[in-house]
Design a protein around this ligand. Structure first.
Ligand code: NAP
Length: 265
């Protein structure tokens, strides 16, 4: 029997990009997936071809922090034991700090950091009571190294690494695995949706050319990391400087900052 066969897995941000592709790959591998994002119609259309017993849709705005506990309780009441949580929903941002409205920090931190903390808090008791579980979180290479214009986004993603590195040590003995997925560039709507200095989506102002792994390939790597209960994995195309940057930052920090000043990444 495959690792995912019969498992129930919550995937947030399942209406698009990495979350959507990972949810589909999980269904193909025998899991039942609980899909969470704001856009119900998009999720219904996208998963229409799958057997309806293999997924359930819970439309929800994760920035609504005070309602997260009720969301998770109703998922547990309706679906039963949850084996894996994939915290994937997130939004990017790009702007220089001196120009950035402080509200943008609140908006991004709310979704990219606090919603993950709240949802993890809510599911952890359930997993501890079950005697097992796995919490997987999509962070970013921008949570390990950073570059110009990333004060907002990297604050949230670095925070996730600190939070989960500490939590991992606390819950390891309770048979709860913590896996962090740090992607480099993946081709999705991320660049289109990221927020500018005023908190508006970049949309067509995003001039970066699509580059990186396909979301389908990213999903395959994510499934492998979950199955192997990895602590942390960087996923990127070999030609994406992101993964190399992590090692340069660690072993040659002076050189890293020399490069980072010159690279528009
Ligand atoms: N693409 C990359 O190059 C890249 C690199 C590193 C890390 N990541 C991380 O990967 C994750 C997924 O991003 P992606 O590239 O797949 O981008 P994407 O295509 O824009 O997908 C983002 C997903 O998050 C959901 N979402 C956004 N705001 C939400 C909210 N308030 N409540 C609930 N769901 C919300 C969106 O669904 P709705 O709009 O339907 O709510 C969508 O399903 C993010 O955490 C991102 O930081 C991406």
């Amino acid at each position: 029997m495959g690792y995912f066969e019969g498992k129930k897995i919550i995937v947030t941000g399942a209406s698009s990009g990495i979350g959507e592709a990972t949810a589909k790959e999980l269904i193909k591998n025998g899991a039942k997936v609980i899909l969470v994002s704001r856009n119900q119609e998009k999720m219904s259309k996208s998963f229409n071809d799958f057997d309806s017993s293999k997924f359930a849709i819970y439309p929800f705005d994760l920035s609504n922090l005070s309602e997260i506990d009720s969301l998770i309780n109703s998922i547990i009441n309706n679906e039963g034991k949850i084996d894996i949580l994939f915290n994937n929903a997130g939004i990017g941002s790009e702007s220089y700090f001196e120009d950035t409205e402080l509200d943008v920090f609140h908006e991004v931190m709310n979704l990219d950091y606090f919603s993950v903390v709240y949802i993890t808090k809510s599911i952890l008791r359930h997993m501890i009571n079950n005697g097992s579980g796995q919490i997987v979180t999509n962070t970013s290479v921008a949570g390990l190294i950073t570059s110009k214009g990333r004060t907002v986004y990297s604050s949230a993603k670095f925070a996730l690494h600190g939070f989960f590195d500490s939590l991992r040590i606390e819950v390891e003995e309770k048979n709860i695995g913590i896996t962090l997925i740090a992607p480099g560039k993946v081709i999705t709507n991320f660049g289109f949706n990221k927020l500018d200095k005023d908190g508006n989506p970049f949309a067509h102002k995003n001039k970066r050319k699509p580059f990186g792994l396909s979301s389908k390939n990213a999903a395959k790597i994510i499934l492998k990391a979950i199955k192997e209960r990895k602590r942390e994995v960087i996923i990127s195309k070999w030609s994406d400087v992101a993964w190399l940057g992590v090692y340069i930052r660690k072993f040659f920090p002076k050189f890293y900052f020399y490069l980072a000043k010159r690279i528009d990444a």
